[in-house]
Design a protein. Sequence first.
Length: 276
Amino acid sequence: MDTSTDQSIDDARSDRWVAPADDAAVAAWIADRCATGHRHLVPVEAVGRTGAGGLVTLLDRPRGTPLPVALDRLGTPTTGVAVTLCVPLLELLVAAVDGAVRLGVAGIDDVLVDDAGAVVLCDRPAGAFRDGTELPGDDAARVLVLAARVVWDRVDPRDPSRDEVDAALLAALDGDRSTVCAALDAVRGAAPPRPFRWAPPPADLVFVEADPPLDTTGPAARLREVVELGIPLGAGRRLPLRRAVVGVVVAIGTVVAAVSVLGAGTDTGTGAGGGG
């Protein structure tokens, strides 16, 4: 199943799948998924018929990143982060074993990490076609365990819980309900879940026009050079513009004060002479 763009990020889209009108398994999967509002399962957007009577299903595939790619970007997850990612997958598997939900087929890249950081299984009904082709896929129940193993393989091998969890997931790969529940218990017991902040890179590249080159010869360029670098004094020396402005202000103040003092003295002298 085509699950990634060039940047390995799926845009939110509607997957259209078509099955023969008499395919009871597809009809049962659709009915079950329409009645299931599970946070970690891809929902059905619409159901209809083709002109020939075929059963059409539109799946509301969320925007997200395939789990292996997301893990590459996250780096080595802590045990708590691994628990956060794996528990929903194994809970889905327990629900499927108990008959609470019906799973279809999927691939490992159909397990997405959405923009909120939650894992979502984007399975599809077995036997359905997209664009006239039945794309390869594995039992989604098996994919859930494989996805959990992909997560746990990234955990630090020195973690004391690695051996127990690895063995439990291996047993649950093709095991019964007891082995699946044991795997879920092993993951839950490894560490408290730790929510993480997931910030996927943007899917779209935004191109903007480059700024025009700066003018380095005109009056504006020379003024900018004086403001930024200072007033040139020769021999590679420059006087900072701020210091020059302060000096000018001080000089003007000194001149004004001197003129005021001299003017005051002249007035006094004139008054004395006139009185004689």
